[in-house]
Design a protein around this ligand. Sequence first.
Ligand code: PDD
Length: 282
Amino acid sequence: MENLGYYCGSYGLIEEMKIPMNDRACYFGDGVYDATYAANHIIYDLDEHVDRFFHSAEMINITLKLTKSELKNLLNEMVIKVDSPDQFIYWQVTRGTALRNHSFPDSDIPSNLWIMIKPGTIKDLNQKFKLITVEDTRYLHCNIKTLNLLPNVIASQKAFEAGCDEAVFHRGERVTECSHSNISIIKNNVLRTAPLDNLILPGITRGHLIHFCHDNNIPVDESPYTLDELIHADEIIITSAGALCIAVSEIDGIPVGGKAPDILNLLQHAAITKFIHDTQIK
Ligand code: PDD
């Protein structure tokens, strides 16, 4: 199939799927999601993404109807059915189906699982991103991968309209993350990345970047940094499931980075090598 949708046991082309209006996603975005890519019909980092997904659900008191291994089996079965070997894999769970009412429906109402798989490839690491800066007006639960993404969507659109690839959020002087990725800097041979608090999503690719640094004796400093430090960094690195490890060349029209190409190349090489290795047909 060209693509594949799943909703609570029903399958079909994504464009043809019908979802009940009373799914609490429609009224409240009352759910959480996760997403990754596949190559050769093999899902990258599935264990880590499923772990984070269950943790996100737990943080907002949504109970899944299936176990982690059942979800992995379902996703693995679905990737085989999509023609393209390179895919974007997305899944979400919502609190269930009930007439609109802010507080939770009866606790015995089952949660709803959505899955969608469409052709998609990770980005080419040879490109460099251009960013705009946007004040981070999101709420204080950015560590939960919820469906409530309005400020992210608006920031992403602003970046697009400015001819840029991503929007970097800041709360006052403090850099948090981007609209759909994490951001880290290299300064004086040290990787600096915002700490895992409620202001950023604990990105799985950010975690890998930290591991690659440890493997290569590059010190890591998980402390907040400012817009000024961002602009004057030796390199700026964007991480996400789709971007893996992409360098930044411009922020708000100002040329940035490009001053530690050896460290950048080493980290990008580690990222792409892991991706190719983990998605190889064994
Ligand atoms: N976005 N921060 C935000 C706000 C994100 O939405 C994402 C991922 C990340 C990076 O997380 P990871 O490395 O685990 O992909 C950071 C996904 C790809 C999305 O919304 O489609």
